[in-house]
Design a protein. Sequence first.
Length: 194
Amino acid sequence: MAAKWSPGRWLHGAKRTWDSLAKTGVWIAAVVTGFLLPPPAGAGQFGEANWSRLAQFVIIIAVGLILVVTSRYQRRQHTVAWSVVAGLALVVALGSLFGYLRSATLWTCEHDGLRLVIGSSLTPLGQAFVDANPGIACDQLIFNFAGQVEKIWTIGSIQTRRMWLALIYLGTTPCFTLSILAVVQALNCARKPR
C-alpha cells in the first residue's frame, strides 16, 4: 500500500532530491566556472560573488531539468542522440564563451587595476571631452574622469551592456552543463546491452 501523502514527507523527499542536485550542480559549477571565465566585469551593486552563486543556482536547475530528460531517454538506441546533444551544446557554449570574452573586451576598459563596463552613448560632457581629444584611449579617458564612467557614458547604456554581459555569462554555464551531462549520458547509453 502506498504511503499517505503529507507535507512533511514531501518536504523530506524534496530536501533529499535538492541535496543530490546541489552536490552535482556544485561539482559541475566548480568544473565549468573554474576554467570558464570570471563573473561579469564591473558586476556593480550585485557583486561578483553573487554572480558566481547565481551561476551555481542556474547550473543546479539545469542539472535537474537535464536529469528529468536523461531518466526518460536512457536506452542504447539514444547514444547517438545524446552525442549530438553534447556536441551541439558544446558548440553553443563555446560560441557563448567567445561572445562573452569579445563583449567583455569591447565593453570594458581598465582603470586602477579593475575592468569597468563602459557605455555605448556618450554624455554631453563625455562627447565634448572626446571631441577635444580625438583618438584618446579608453583607459586614458576614464583616468581623466577619475574612474567615473557614468560621467562619460550614459547610465542607461552602461547598464544595458552590464546586463548583456551578465546574460551571456549566465547563458554560457547551462550550455557547458548540458554538454557535460549529455556526454555522460551518451557513454551510459553506449554501455547498455543491445
